[in-house]
Write a new protein. Structure first.
Lengths: 220, 308
């Protein structure tokens, strides 16, 4: 399904994040006339176009064809291990997540750190990666009232997804820990540590190790 | 030549009219001037390429000075003056060394100050625009402060006078991906206190809102969260959003949205996609109504701030 999104964009329903990424990659490799840019989402690809160059209907037909010929893509990503200091002042919502899920705090941490998560797409802020899917037992709603500022490095969760705040930002996800590493540095190439397709595993760490970890991971 | 900020006002930052392109897949917003049309006009008046770096000044309160005669232009919703003289928004003028230029409140939220040659600011991720939320680009990734100094680059063009007209009227909208709520938008709305470079929140009758799977957001998308208060998304909007979008403000009317201030009332009007395209062409053509100014003018004409 392809829907108009204003006068100069289309929203392509891709069904899932992988196909959105695959279609974006396909359009980057084999550019299509009149397409100015794309933004992959959780189940869609935003396609921005120049309506003066070509009708949106025309672009939509060609996109349908591209989408149908994509096959079943599985993005290739890197393995990323991220150390997390869970709970306490670093993860002020860990206790609430435990009571919402009926699990102990230790079990929440164990589950969060056990299942490798995939970067489905980047959005919200520079370097913010949407990681999914969390085990069903960990799904919790967002905070009723979002925080006006969440510290940089905060490891948070909401629904089926987890994420790490790359900078101090407002946010409504539940914060269960914090990592000392940087997620975004506009002067590095690439500027974001996590990119779509990467497989992320979290690893609990001790407060005493905080200073010993470098801000920029060796494998950036 | 050095331009020194004496007073920055509530929010002044370095921006480029077209913002930062090519990094949205890593979550980096386009940013850039909120009223890109007015910013481009300021650059054209100052004899610059459209994309040159300039200052975006919010709600007035800016005061600056230079140490050498400098061609400048100020456009948008603020009023420029120097030494009690009102400076036109339709042509470039030269600021005398030591004279103080002020951008005072006018009929909109944002003013654009261009210097001939553009401000020399290092590009980060391909743009000099300041990303204020994450803190990079522009001048150390932050808003300007008193004492900041900026330098214009080498000039490439001739200062100009604008003879065009910018059409005004209701904000025109076309459908977004979520149909419900479009008709309800065609009411009168009041701009709420949350109006910034990311978006403008509107208070009014309230319409059907809600969460949807996160998707890319184009400029002008009108997001409606569960509270039913629409937000028109601007330059610093997040790359993706998770709320329903019943409509989008057309490209030609993004500038007027960026000029809205808290308490202003707005009305939306529905147009066809073809009308939206035509409106953008009209806006582009209006930008081109320029005539070159005499550069060597040395009398009173074209000079500002004769009394400092």
């Amino acid at each position: 399904v392809i829907r108009p999104f204003g006068e100069a964009a289309l929203l392509v329903d891709t069904g899932d994040a992988d196909r959105a990424q695959a279609l974006a990659a396909d359009l980057a490799t084999r550019p299509m006339a009149a397409i100015l840019g794309t933004v992959p989402g959780l189940r869609s690809l935003l396609v921005e176009l120049d309506p003066a160059a070509r009708s949106a209907g025309d672009v939509a037909s060609e996109l349908e064809w591209r989408l149908a010929s994509l096959g079943s893509p599985a993005p290739v990503g890197r393995e990323r291990r991220i150390r997390v200091l869970y709970g306490g002042e670093w993860g002020p919502d860990l206790a609430d997540v435990a009571s919402l899920t009926g699990l102990t705090e230790a079990r929440v941490v164990e589950l969060h750190a056990s299942a490798p998560l995939r970067v489905l797409f980047d959005g919200f802020a520079p370097g913010f990666a949407y990681l999914g899917d969390l085990p069903d037992a960990l799904h919790v709603p967002r905070l009723a009232t979002p925080r006006t500022s969440t510290p940089a490095g905060s490891v948070a969760m909401a629904g089926a997804m987890s994420g790490i705040y790359p900078a101090a930002l407002p946010g409504g996800w539940r914060v269960i820990g914090r990592t000392p590493i940087a997620l975004f540095d506009p002067r590095r190439e690439p500027p974001a540590y996590l990119a779509p397709g990467d497989v992320v595993s979290f690893e609990p760490m001790e407060a005493g190790d905080w200073e010993r970890l470098t801000r920029i991971p060796d494998d950036w | 030549v050095t331009v020194e900020i004496l007073e920055p006002g509530p929010l002044t930052s370095v921006q480029e009219p077209f913002g930062r392109q090519g990094w949205r897949h890593l979550g980096v917003p386009a940013g850039g001037a909120a009223d890109s049309w007015s910013a481009r006009l300021a650059n054209r008046l100052a004899g610059n390429p459209d994309g040159a770096a300039l200052l975006e000044v919010t709600l007035g309160g800016l005061a600056l000075t230079t140490d050498a005669p400098t061609w400048m232009a100020a456009t948008g919703g603020l009023a420029a003056r120097s030494g009690g003289i009102h400076l036109p928004a339709t042509e470039a003028w030269r600021l005398r060394p030591g004279a103080v230029l002020r951008l005072d409140p006018g009929d909109g939220a944002r003013g654009y100050l261009a210097v001939r040659g553009g401000f020399q600011v290092e590009a980060v991720l391909g743009s000099a625009s300041t990303d204020l939320r994450t803190g990079f680009g522009g001048l150390d990734g932050r808003r300007l402060q008193a004492g900041d100094r900026l330098e214009p680059g080498a000039s490439t063009g001739t200062p100009a006078r604008w003879t065009g007209r910018r059409p005004t009227g209701p904000l025109r909208i076309v459908p977004g991906p979520h149909a419900d709520g479009f008709e309800e938008l065609l009411a009168e709305w009041t701009v709420g206190p949350e109006a910034d470079r990311a978006g403008v929140r509107l208070d009014g009758p309230g319409i059907v809102g809600g969460e949807v799977p996160s998707m890319g957001l184009p400029l002008g998308a009108i997001q409606v969260p569960p509270d039913g208060r629409p937000i028109v998304m601007l330059a610093d909007r997040p790359v993706t959003g998770g709320y329903r979008v019943p409509a989008c403000v057309i490209r030609a009317d993004i500038g007027p949205v960026a000029q809205l201030r808290t308490g202003d009332t707005v009305r939306f009007a529905s147009v066809s996609v073809e009308e939206a395209r035509q409106a953008l062409l009209v806006a582009e053509h209006a930008l081109a109504d320029l005539e070159p100014m005499e550069e060597e003018t040395d009398g009173d004409l074209g000079w500002a701030g004769s009394h400092g």
